[in-house]
Design a protein around this ligand. Structure first.
Ligand SMILES: Cc1cc2nc3c(=O)[nH]c(=O)nc-3n(C[C@H](O)[C@H](O)[C@H](O)COP(=O)(O)O)c2cc1C
Length: 344
C-alpha cells in the first residue's frame, strides 16, 4: 500500500465544494449503466456513507416523450449525496429532464459526454459531444439556467488519439457554468481498453478552477493515491473496480481520511454481500431482478478455490431460491475450509 503523504492528506481534508453542494468524501461512485441502480447504490453507501453516487444514465428524449418517470431515476427517500446522470444532445429536453431529476431529489445533475456506444453517439449524445463543443456548451448553459442545483459533466479526453481535445473542451464546460468535471482519461476510440492516461487529468486540473475528478483505472486504494498525487485532482471516481466489490469506494475514502487501510473482506464476507445483493434486487425488481443479479453474482466470485465453478452456477440461476442455495453451499464450504483470509 502506498502511504498517504501528509501533503495529500492536508490537501484533501476540506470538503469538496461544487457550487452549493459540499461533499465530505473525495471518492465518488461512477454512473454505470445496468449496475448503479438504487440497490447497488445502497450497498456501496453502506461502506461509503459520505460518497456521491450516480444513477445509471437516463435518456432525456425518452423522458420527454414517455413522460413516465423511469425506474432508473428512482432515488431512495433521503438518499444523499446523489446525482442523476442524463444523456442527450437536445438542450431543451435535457433542461426538462434536469428539472425532473431535481424534483426527484438529485443533489446535482450530471451530463454524460463520454459514453462511447454507437447507439448513443450516432444520435449526438455521449462522447460525440466532444466533437460538438458548441452544442455541449449550449447544453450546460441551458441546464444551468433551468435548475438550482450544480450541473456537472463527465467526459473523456478526446475522440481519438489524433483528436485529444479535453483541454479546450473542459475550459468551455467551465465557462458555460459546469460546477465540476469528471475526466475519464481515455479517448472514445479506446473504449475501455488500454491504460487510463492520467497525465491528461493533471493538465486539465492545471487550467480549471472548478473541481476536477479523476476517473479510469481506479481499481485499488493504491491506484487512487497514486492518481491523486500525480494529477492533483480533487477526487477520484471508481467504476469497474466496484463490480462485485461494493467495498472499494469506502476503502479508499477511509484511507484518505485516516491513512489506515481497512481490512479486506474475506471470500465468505464477499459471498454474504453477494447474497444480500441478490435478495435486495429480488425484493426491488422481482424475477427480473434475479436475471439482472446473475452478472453481479458472477462478479463476486474471484480469487478463491472453486470461484470459476461457482461463477458458472450463478450465471444460470432462474429463481432467487436457486441463487440462495448455490451461495449458501459455497459459503458453508468456504467457512468449513476456514478460508477466512483475504483474497485481493
Ligand atoms: C458496465 C459499464 C457501464 C457504464 N455506464 C456508464 C454510464 O451510465 N454513464 C457514464 O458516464 N459512464 C458509464 N460508464 C463508464 C464508467 O463510469 C467509467 O468512466 C469507465 O468505466 C472508466 O473507469 P474504469 O477504468 O475505472 O472502469 C460505464 C462503464 C461500464 C464498464
Amino acid at each position: 500500500m502506498i502511504p498517504l503523504s501528509p501533503n495529500l492528506r492536508t490537501r484533501l481534508a476540506p470538503p469538496l465544494k461544487l457550487g452549493s453542494v459540499s461533499l465530505s468524501s473525495r471518492v465518488l461512485q461512477a454512473p454505470l449503466s445496468g449496475v448503479t441502480d438504487l440497490v447497488f447504490r445502497r450497498l456501496v453507501r453502506k461502506y461509503a456513507p459520505d460518497s456521491m453516487m450516480y444513477t445509471e444514465m437516463v435518456n432525456a428524449t425518452g423522458l420527454h416523450y414517455v413522460g413516465e418517470l423511469p425506474k432508473l431515476m428512482e432515488l431512495d427517500p433521503h438518499e444523499k449525496p446523489v446525482s442523476i446522470q442524463l444523456f442527450d444532445c437536445r438542450p431543451d429536453f435535457l433542461a426538462e429532464a434536469a428539472q425532473r431529476a431535481v424534483e426527484e431529489g438529485a443533489d446535482t445533475v450530471d451530463i454524460n459526454m463520454g459514453c462511447p456506444v454507437n447507439k448513443i453517439t450516432k444520435n449526438g449524445g455521449g462522447s460525440s459531444l466532444l466533437r460538438q463543443p458548441d452544442v455541449a456548451a449550449a447544453i450546460v448553459a441551458t441546464v444551468v439556467k433551468s435548475v438550482d442545483v450544480p450541473v456537472t459533466v463527465k467526459t473523456r479526453i478526446g475522440w481519438t488519439e489524433q483528436e485529444i481535445t479535453i483541454l479546450d473542451f473542459a475550459r468551455r464546460m467551465e465557462d458555460a457554468g459546469a460546477q465540476m468535471i469528471t475526466v475519464h482519461a481515455r479517448t472514445r476510440a479506446q473504449g475501455y481498453n488500454g491504460s487510463a492516461r492520467w497525465e491528461w487529468i493533471a493538465r486539465v486540473k492545471e487550467i480549471l478552477s472548478i473541481p476536477v475528478i479523476a476517473n479510469g483505472d481506479i481499481f485499488s486504494v493504491s491506484a487512487a493515491v497514486e492518481c491523486l498525487e500525480m494529477t492533483g485532482a480533487d477526487g477520484v471516481m471508481c467504476s469497474r473496480g466496484t463490480l462485485g466489490y461494493p467495498f472499494l469506494v469506502g476503502e479508499i475514502d477511509h484511507f484518505l481520511k485516516t491513512g489506515e487501510p481497512l481490512p479486506k473482506p474475506t471470500p465468505v464476507e464477499c459471498l454474504q454481500c453477494a447474497r444480500n445483493h441478490l435478495e435486495m434486487l429480488w425484493a426491488y425488481k422481482g424475477e427480473r431482478g434475479v436475471r439482472q443479479a446473475r452478472k453481479h453474482m458472477t462478479w463476486y466470485c474471484k480469487g478463491f478455490p472453486g470461484a470459476a465453478e461457482l461463477r458458472g452456477q450463478l450465471a444460470v440461476i432462474e429463481t432467487v431460491m436457486d441463487g440462495f442455495r448455490v451461495l449458501d453451499q459455497a459459503i458453508d464450504h468456504l467457512s468449513g475450509n476456514n478460508l477466512l483470509t483475504t483474497h485481493r
